[in-house]
Structures are given as C-alpha cells and as structure tokens.
Design a protein around this ligand. Sequence first.
Ligand code: SF4
Ligand code: F3S
Length: 106
Amino acid sequence: TYVVTDACVKCKYTDCVDVCPVDCFREGPNFLVIDPDECIDCTLCVAECPVEAIYAEDDVPANMTQYIAANAELAKQWPIIVQKKEPLPEHEEWASISGKFDQIER
Ligand code: SF4
Ligand code: F3S
C-alpha cells in the first residue's frame, strides 16, 4: 500500500485524489490518508503530490513510520474524497515544515 506522510499535514493539496483509480483517499480537516485495504499500488498518486508526501509503505522514511498506522486508522474514520479542491489557506507556509504529526486534526 501507499502512505500519505508529514508533508501533507496542514497543506492538503489534493492533486493526488484525481488520479486514484480506486478512490482510496480519505479526508480529514487538515490531512489526507490512503485506505490500505483499497490501495492497489498503482503508484499514480506519488508523482501528483507537489510536496512528495506519498511513499510506498516499505519506503516510508524511518522518522515517519508512525504515519503507516495513522493512515490505516484514520481511513476508517474519515470520508472519501474523489475530487481535487483548493489546498488549505496556509499551505505555502507549512509545506516545508516537518514534524507535523501532532498537528493532525482528527
Ligand atoms: Fe490510489 Fe494508486 Fe495511490 Fe494507491 S497508489 S492511493 S491506488 S493512486
Ligand atoms: Fe496531501 Fe499531496 Fe495529496 S499534500 S492531499 S498527499 S497531493
């Protein structure tokens, strides 16, 4: 499966959702996740993300492995998103800031 990681938090560009052939993105207030039970590993979303937030599960950097379980958990709580929309208003400011796990709104 593929995993959305730190760069997405407080940015949420949503370019990724338009290309997913199986609609496995789920939307929270300031972060998106991938439902690991739905992802078919097509890789299409990876190149779409302007901040390179999406990794194959096996390639998630060591400092972001907590995002693997978070995607699985939050995917079961959040609604589906299938169409791109405007990024969050403060996206430019937050795109280059890392360590945002604790700022995910649930
Ligand atoms: Fe969807 Fe493919 Fe990305 Fe999985 S890898 S989330 S199936 S676009
Ligand atoms: Fe997030 Fe990148 Fe998609 S910032 S919403 S994973 S395009």
